[in-house]
Write a protein that binds this ligand. Structure first.
Ligand SMILES: Cc1cc2nc3c(=O)[nH]c(=O)nc-3n(C[C@H](O)[C@H](O)[C@H](O)COP(=O)(O)O)c2cc1C
Length: 228
């Protein structure tokens, strides 16, 4: 089928895998909690988990380099609370360098199977070393060794070289089957995105979608409905 002819209609509820509130129109009254995005975001995330969509906590994050050029890639959101969204990555990666130059990011949860997306934008800061260490300790040993064995976003000559490097580094900590703790590399850690703008999007028929945006200013959170 030609790309130009590929399209899916929204708003029938059929693609929504049984999630609540899919046939009803997204309404400002759904915004509950403090901050007011928290309740609905938590509900939609739980519905994504219940609907078994792949990696419901995956979010596409855009960062901007010192020259003002944006880049996007996917990361996993590892916690969310009233302060914002936490993810973990390499400080020397492209995104880590972007965030050092320009500590602002935008993320999208593309829950297409549920006919929904949520965008966040805000300032990003590093979490404390204690928070990073606690999360690192919860990761499988293989993932710890994978992160320790990779200098994220640096070039490497071949797959074999990457595997040799990872094996060498794993051997320093007793190897894949060892029991010696793998320390968190200094170059790896968590970031907190503190939202100042959040948009909930719900697909509707004939591209007449629902969009509700919340914005934080000195007076608190303000809600506005946007045209699709
Ligand atoms: C579903 C999914 C989840 C990912 N989660 C993470 C993550 O939590 N942290 C991370 O550093 N990279 C993650 N990655 C890899 C990134 O998308 C990316 O390739 C990597 O972070 C390097 O990005 P950069 O060079 O733009 O900094 C994930 C990739 C996918 C497809």
């Amino acid at each position: 089928m030609p790309l130009a002819a590929m399209r899916v209609g929204y708003g029938s509820g059929e693609g929504a895998a049984g999630a609540d509130g899919v046939s009803a129109n997204l309404d400002e009254s759904w915004l509950t909690g403090d901050p007011p995005w928290l309740g609905l975001f938590g509900r939609w995330l739980r519905e994504g988990v219940a609907a078994a969509i792949p990696e419901p906590n995956a979010m596409v994050i855009a960062t901007v380099d010192a020259q003002g050029c944006p880049s996007t890639r996917t990361v996993l959101c590892k916690s969310v609370d009233a302060n914002g969204l936490v993810f973990f990555t390499g400080h020397d990666s492209d995104k880590g360098r972007d965030l050092s130059a320009n500590p602002c990011a935008s993320v999208t949860f593309p829950w297409i199977a549920l006919e929904r997306q949520v965008h966040f934008r805000g300032l990003v800061e590093r979490v404390s070393r204690e928070v990073t260490q606690e999360y690192w300790a919860s990761r499988p040993r293989g993932s710890q060794l994978g992160s320790a064995g990779s200098f994220q976003s640096q070039p490497i000559g071949s797959r074999d070289e990457l595997e040799d490097q990872a094996r060498r580094i794993a051997a320093q900590f007793g190897g894949v089957d060892g029991t010696e703790a793998v320390p968190v590399p200094d170059r790896w850690g968590g970031y907190l995105l503190r939202p100042r703008r959040v948009e909930f999007w719900q697909g509707r028929a004939d591209r007449l979608h629902n969009r509700v945006r919340l914005t934080l200013d000195d007076g608190g959170w303000h809600t506005v409905r946007l045209q699709p």
